[in-house]
Design a protein around this ligand. Structure first.
Ligand code: ADP
Ligand code: MG
Length: 398
């Protein structure tokens, strides 16, 4: 049982003193599950503190492997609860920055069964999510929505427009989770000159005036994701989902000019990290082998190239997969990124765990320089348009 005093929080969540110029990388270790306990599997992770993790596989067997020490911004031990992830992962800062016009991304990485979906959405079957009835089990997306609305309500002088979309990438095909018909007709990813970024053509974006509207998007997407997939139980291991909240705002500035900003937050639930290897081996059809986790592989290449300081100006292969096209602005360093690496504590999973921890350590080296995209000329035009509308309205009333 968890006690709610400060010391206890410090014990199950430890932080390093790293500066904020890099991608923020945190690790969540899930508890041993019942099956692992019954099979008397044991926990191979130790927690020395300061955002560090020790993977110790030396116990008894005399395998000769040395314990491995890893270091991150924050480490969440198995006793950490869902609300801890919102409070201590840096997610709140991400939400604050998205409201100020930054493009933010939170992604969960890890092998199948490590707790990615649990962390982002919560356990399966949490439908009927309503703010009044939310439980301790609701995940980070839901909690972020609550915090986002809290922030927006505080800024009464700013006019906000919120929209949301929810998509899935499976076999390099983009499916709109808010429009199930798109499963038969995948959407195209295109480059927008104006927005200087990639976007998904014809993706539903739903206006979200109220918190309930955002929650409805999450629910609808989860429901559509579950439909018709029961004959493929590893579907969720192979697919990536991205829920995006678009936050545009107008704030009156001097001379009747409005400052307009558009930030966003992506919540990304990645395919199981073990899929990278499965893509390369096993008897997959050619199309599958090429596609299943091209996105995950290319994400790995992008992270490696970005984190390698010596190859400063080397080519980053964003364009090689759907996922990396859509995450390019976050990874390239002018957005703000939080990576949550999810791992199992069990000895049985130790190889995948070490792979995930190495991957996360690489991502931690990526340096960032977030910028707000704001076009002053556009802001001026917008305020002039407003004036015209006001004048027209006045005319009509004369
Ligand atoms: P993934 O999405 O990475 O494949 P899941 O989130 O589906 O993994 O987690 C696998 C199982 O473990 C689920 O039954 C989930 O409820 C459980 N689980 C994961 N993380 C935790 C946690 N921190 N506390 C309790 N149960 C967890
Ligand atoms: Mg999952």
């Amino acid at each position: 049982e968890r006690l709610d005093d400060e010391n206890n929080i410090r014990r199950i969540i430890t932080k390093s003193d790293d500066d904020g110029d890099n991608i923020n990388v945190v690790v969540r270790v899930r508890p041993l599950n019942d099956k692992e306990k019954r099979g008397s599997d044991k926990c191979v992770i130790q927690f020395p503190g300061n955002g560090q993790l020790l993977v110790d596989n030396t116990g008894g067997s005399g395998s000769g492997q040395k314990p491995k020490l890893f270091s991150y911004n924050v480490v969440f031990e198995p006793a950490a609860i869902q609300e801890d992830i919102l409070q201590f992962s840096g997610m709140k800062r991400l939400i604050e920055m998205s409201v100020e016009g930054y493009r933010c991304t939170c992604f969960c990485y890890g092998q199948t069964g490590s707790g990615k979906t649990h962390t982002l959405t919560g356990p399966p079957g949490l439908f009927g999510l309503r703010p009044s009835s939310y439980s301790d089990e609701h995940g980070l997306i839901f909690r972020s929505f609550l915090y986002l609305f809290q922030l927006i309500k505080q800024k009464s002088d700013v006019h906000f427009i919120l929209k949301a979309s929810y998509l899935e990438i499976y076999n390099e095909k983009v499916i709109d989770l808010l429009n199930p018909g798109s499963a038969r007709k995948p959407l195209a990813v295109r480059w927008s000159k104006k927005a200087r970024g990639f976007f998904v053509e014809n993706l539903f974006t739903v206006d979200c005036e109220e918190l309930d509207d955002l929650i409805a998007v999450l629910e609808e997407g989860l429901r559509n994701r579950a439909v018709g997939r029961h004959n493929m139980n590893d579907y969720s291991s192979r697919s990536h989902t991205i829920l995006t909240v678009y936050i545009s705002s107008e704030q009156p500035a001097e001379n009747g000019v409005f400052l307009s900003r558009s930030g966003k937050i992506n919540f990304v639930d990645l395919a199981g990290s073990e899929m990278t290897k499965k893509t390369q081996s096993e008897g997959k059809t050619l199309e599958e082998a090429n596609n299943i986790n091209k996105s995950l592989m290319v994400l790995g290449y992008c992270i490696s190239s970005l984190s390698d300081q010596k190859r400063k100006n080397s080519h980053i292969p964003y364009r090689d997969s759907k996922l990396t096209k859509l995450l390019a602005d976050s990874l390239a360093g002018n957005g703000v990124t939080l990576m949550i690496a999810c791992i199992s504590p069990a000895k049985f999973n130790i190889n995948e765990t070490i792979n995930t921890l190495r991957y996360a350590a690489r991502a931690k080296k990526i340096r960032t320089k977030p910028v707000v995209l704001m076009d002053p000329r556009e802001a001026l035009i917008l305020s002039l348009k407003r004036e015209v509308t006001v004048l027209q309205n006045e005319n009509e009333h004369l």
